[in-house]
Design a protein around this ligand. Structure first.
Ligand SMILES: CC(C)(COP(=O)(O)OP(=O)(O)OC[C@H]1O[C@@H](n2cnc3c(N)ncnc32)[C@H](O)[C@@H]1OP(=O)(O)O)[C@@H](O)C(=O)NCCC(=O)NCCS
Length: 164
């Protein structure tokens, strides 16, 4: 990975404060996860993704400003296919462009690693996420009926993809 001017920062894109996550980020990321999402990933799963290192296909990227994590995303890559597994922006920073910047950086990193398509699944009711994915060019390929649990029943998952 190309290294930026600040040793130890490993920015993914030179002008974006995005870097690979480290195990020491776990506390901040678990906090963002629990505050941002109705369906958090949870500490256990996040810690596994963070600890996995080079042997794992899962990658975690952090958006950091003033030494504080604002957002993160998790993806995995198999051959030329990347899957966006999860992303979350701390509630007080939502709507300020961080999700878009982080995802743009993540897509660039997936492509740099050889992926030619990015796949994801999103709850039909998740308007902000659907808006963001559509704005970056993702298209709906299909629907998994009643895939997710909700407080009152179940809802569909939309399957989306973007050529990288
Ligand atoms: C979905 C999420 C990642 C978006 O990140 P964000 O930083 O708030 O989004 P941005 O500020 O970069 O905005 C990106 C686009 O989405 C739109 N958007 C953001 N929040 C929105 C909202 N509440 N309602 C409608 N549109 C919204 C923005 O207007 C922007 O659109 P534009 O590019 O056409 O101007 C963030 O809201 C989040 O963490 N949500 C909770 C967890 C989650 O749902 N994760 C995704 C599924 S795994």
């Amino acid at each position: 990975m190309a290294r930026g001017p600040e040793a130890g920062h490993d920015p993914v894109l030179q002008d974006e404060p995005v870097r690979p996550a480290r195990p020491l980020d776990a506390g901040q990321l678990v906090e963002i996860d629990s505050q941002a999402s109705r369906t958090p990933w949870g500490a256990g799963r996040l810690e596994v993704a963070l600890a996995a290192g080079a042997a794992s296909r899962e990658r975690v990227l952090v958006y950091e400003q003033q030494a504080g994590a604002r957002a993160f995303l998790v993806y995995s890559t198999v051959m030329d296919e990347a899957s966006l597994l999860y992303m979350a922006v701390a509630p007080r920073w939502q709507g300020s462009g961080i999700g878009r910047s982080l995802l743009v950086a993540g897509l660039a990193e997936m492509r740099r690693e050889g992926a030619r398509v990015c796949l994801l699944e999103v709850r039909e009711s998740n308007g902000p996420a659907r808006h963001l994915y559509r704005a970056l060019g993702f298209r709906i390929d299909g629907v998994r009926r009643n895939y997710y649990r909700t407080a009152t029943g179940r809802e569909d998952a939309l399957l989306m993809s973007l050529a990288l």
